[in-house]
Design a protein around this ligand. Structure first.
Ligand code: ARG
Ligand code: GLU
Length: 720
């Protein structure tokens, strides 16, 4: 893409309040306009301090943690901070009944106690390069969308291969601005990452799902890890002899805290946003797709909750599933509500009228955008039933645990049906299925799943027309819930996939003969019915439609940039390193209600309720509160702050991202967004969108005063 022209004076930019917190900027592309705005908002460093390839900069301290979170380096010995909920899976894996680190927390008192985590990696961005011209070499307007994609894929692979050889780093080309711009990313992935510290869940997950997505918040959502490397300071597989990583840069930590209005910025790995969709797409998501998905999840949560309330074992078994289902459920409710509150669809519609007028006035032989909006409308009308059908398959079909478990056996069946089945591959599949079987049954409670199945199937039949249901649903005599109940009971009575012993027996000495037992199983037949439906009725049309929507979206993005040539655009999130900047700020979530910008430990004590699992307060923490023993981590007024809210635009993947102050010093870790602002993935509202961060002083207080792990703090660079 050719450089965007920045004609607008800075004065105009602020007068229009163009960003005010909105934006996820590519660190390398933060330009003088961004810099001026950041400095006008209070920043005292330069963008060169944030990203540079000539000297160490902030970007050297930010890493992708695992495959879905962010972490930051906070000492010259590779010490990392991320969220507790990002480390959760790893901490759970390290836990046993004797060493229950999830419940009791974990603190390595010296390096030899730090725990290795096979499979866990962190990835660091070394450098970025605009390779748009190379990626688009040989691409012509006459090409079909498929030809175009293929050509670009080949180009990008060649670019990345060459870069890898030349640099010795990993390299990958990613598309930005809906395939209008391409960047080469050089990265390094570290593979020996050890657990250093985690607070108990009553602190790290305080508030749990009750408070999830909500402000005011009191969660100590952090955990600590360390990067280990070979003697050459380069990534290496786990080895006891590995040594702590010496980073090019580590974040200094400020003990000064933040005040309302302070400039902050967040650096991290946001996964996905869709800010440039047409109104039809926004309507499809918020008014057609979300409502069914919310309802289907609501049914499951109700059933989980009913059983969990009376049976502590079931409550534990379903805790993590419940958290996952609830996280998406709550997010979608907030998102649809938020778009309605801000009239998002109407805003987009009126922008589209303006766009078409502009397109008519500016149409030329080489650029005619007048047909774009009608083309979107047509495409999204066609997409709607297909999208809803896929939603139902995922949320209703696969929402039944029995069905999603049975679907895991498809690979095995497929492999065994091959003319020359690969014995080694079969062995691996069986091994993996055995371990999946163990973890499935550890947390499976059949009465819940039966009830879930009846609910989801009833909703499916009531809300999807015959032609958009997989065949098995149309074979059910669904005249009443009773008949559906009978169907479900038969299914569960007959399927072997509800019986751990039967599944283990199936997988022991697996022979081709046993394939038949899988294939004839009624749960597996449902899996196949869903697959057949997808293959025959959905996949092909969906692929074609998505192809044409992608190309419309590419042209629309380009056209919007031409139309608003004086505006700075930021690309949708795509799991690449971004910078979001804003101010610490409270907000009015509803008429007459004001939320302050910070919370304190007093709020934890206020919430204290032994009856509610999410609101249990640790006894030692209570004692520290009673003694007001906050040391140097207290605020000026002697209180201990826990969390704060700011206007930085963030999304999933930004969990664990450092929040930095005007001097580029760490003041907190991002871990959530407020509910009223969750529509920011589609449209940002400066009045409602707030990111939620845990105050770094609360984290240090927990490490020092609560855990007695002050040696970790001694490693850090504190700014008093
Ligand atoms: N809402 C946050 C996010 O989207 C936190 C999720 C984890 N916490 C929970 N209570 N489920 O990732
Ligand atoms: N909790 C989210 C995560 O895991 C971040 C919250 C958000 O979506 O903004 O990345």
């Amino acid at each position: 893409m050719k450089k965007i022209v920045f004609g607008l004076s800075l004065f105009l930019l602020f007068a229009k309040g163009l960003f005010a917190g909105e934006g996820m900027w590519i660190p390398m592309l933060l330009n003088s306009l961004n810099e001026k705005e950041m400095q006008a908002m209070g920043m005292r460093i330069s963008v060169d301090d944030i990203y540079s390839v000539n000297h160490s900069s902030l970007k050297d301290a930010i890493v992708l943690f695992g495959s879905g979170c962010t972490a930051e380096i906070v000492s010259d010995q590779g010490l990392l901070f991320t969220n507790h909920h990002c480390g959760f899976g790893v901490i759970q894996k390290q836990s046993s009944l004797e060493h229950d680190y999830l419940t009791n927390g974990f603190w390595a008192m010296n390096k030899s106690e730090e725990l290795p985590n096979p499979g866990l990696t962190v990835t660091m961005l070394m450098e970025m390069e605009d390779v748009t011209d190379f990626a688009l070499t040989g691409v012509a307007d006459v090409m079909t969308e498929a030809q175009r994609k293929e050509k670009i894929t080949v180009n990008c692979k060649a670019i990345a291969d060459k870069a890898r050889q030349r640099s010795g780093f990993d390299a990958e080309v990613r598309s930005f601005f809906q395939d209008n711009q391409y960047f080469l990313l050089y990265t390094q992935t570290f593979k020996d990452i050890r657990l250093v510290g985690a607070p108990p869940s009553v602190i790290g997950k305080f508030g749990g799902d009750t408070d999830n997505w909500m402000w005011p918040r009191h969660t100590g959502d952090f955990s600590m890890f360390r990067i280990y490397v070979g003697n050459d300071n380069k990534p290496a597989d786990y080895d006891v002899a590995n040594v702590p990583y010496k980073p090019a840069y580590h974040l200094p930590i400020s003990l000064k805290g933040v005040e309302e209005g302070d400039f902050t910025f967040v650096m991290g790995y946001p996964a996905r946003t869709s800010e440039y969709l047409p109104s039809d797409a926004m309507e499809l998501i918020t008014e057609k797709s979300n409502p069914h998905r919310i309802q289907l999840r609501q049914s499951r949560l109700d059933i989980f909750g009913k059983y969990a309330a009376t049976d502590p074992k079931v409550r534990l078994q379903y805790a993590s599933k419940d958290a996952n289902v609830a996280n998406g459920w709550k997010k979608m409710i907030g998102e649809s509500k938020g778009i309605r509150r801000m009239n998002g669809i109407e805003i987009k519609q009126s922008e589209e009228i303006g766009f078409t007028q502009w397109a008519l006035a500016n149409k030329s032989e080489t650029a005619n955008y007048t047909g774009l909006i009608p083309a979107f409308e047509k495409a999204y009308t066609q997409l709607e039933p297909l999208k809803i059908a896929t939603d139902f398959q995922a949320e209703a079909g696969m929402g039944i645990e029995l069905i999603s478990f049975a679907s895991k056996f498809r690979l095995l069946v497929d492999e065994s049906k091959k003319a020359s089945a690969d014995g080694k591959k079969m062995e691996e599949l069986i091994k993996s299925l055995k371990s999946q079987t163990t973890s499935f049954f550890k947390d499976y409670y059949q009465p819940i799943d039966r009830e879930v199945a009846t609910e989801l199937i009833s909703y499916y039949i009531q809300n999807q027309p015959v032609e958009f249901r997989p065949g098995f649903l149309n074979s059910i005599n669904a005249s009443s819930k009773n008949t559906i109940n009978d169907y479900v009971n038969q299914l569960f009575d007959k399927s072997l996939f509800v019986n751990e012993m039967a599944v283990n027996e199936l997988l022991t000495d697996f022979t081709m003969k046993k394939v038949k037992r899988i294939v004839n199983d009624p749960a597996y037949q449902i899996v196949m019915s869903m697959k057949e439906f997808t293959d025959n009725n959905i996949s092909k049309s969906l692929k074609i439609l998505n192809g044409s929507i992608d190309s419309l979206q590419r042209v629309y993005m380009k056209a919007q940039m031409e139309m608003h040539h004086d505006k700075l655009f930021y690309p949708d999130a795509n799991f690449s390193l971004r910078v979001a900047y804003g101010n610490v700020k409270g907000f009015y979530p509803a008429d007459g209600v004001y939320y302050d910008y910070y919370t304190t430990i007093d709020g934890i004590i206020e919430k204290d309720n032994p009856e509610i699992l999410d609101y249990q307060v640790d006894t030692k923490l209570k004692q520290l509160y009673i003694n007001k023993d906050y040391g140097r981590f207290a605020d000026k007024d002697g209180r201990l702050r826990v969390a704060f809210a700011a206007t930085n635009q963030t999304t999933g993947g930004n969990s664990g991202s450092p929040v930095l102050n005007a001097d580029g010093q760490m003041v907190g870790i991002n871990f959530d967004r407020c509910w009223e602002g969750t529509m920011s993935d589609l449209m940002y509202d400066p009045n409602m969108c707030r990111n939620i961060s845990v105050d770094v002083r609360y984290m240090l207080f927990i490490i020092d005063k609560y855990a007695g792990a002050g040696h970790l703090i001694n490693e850090m660079t504190l700014i008093e």
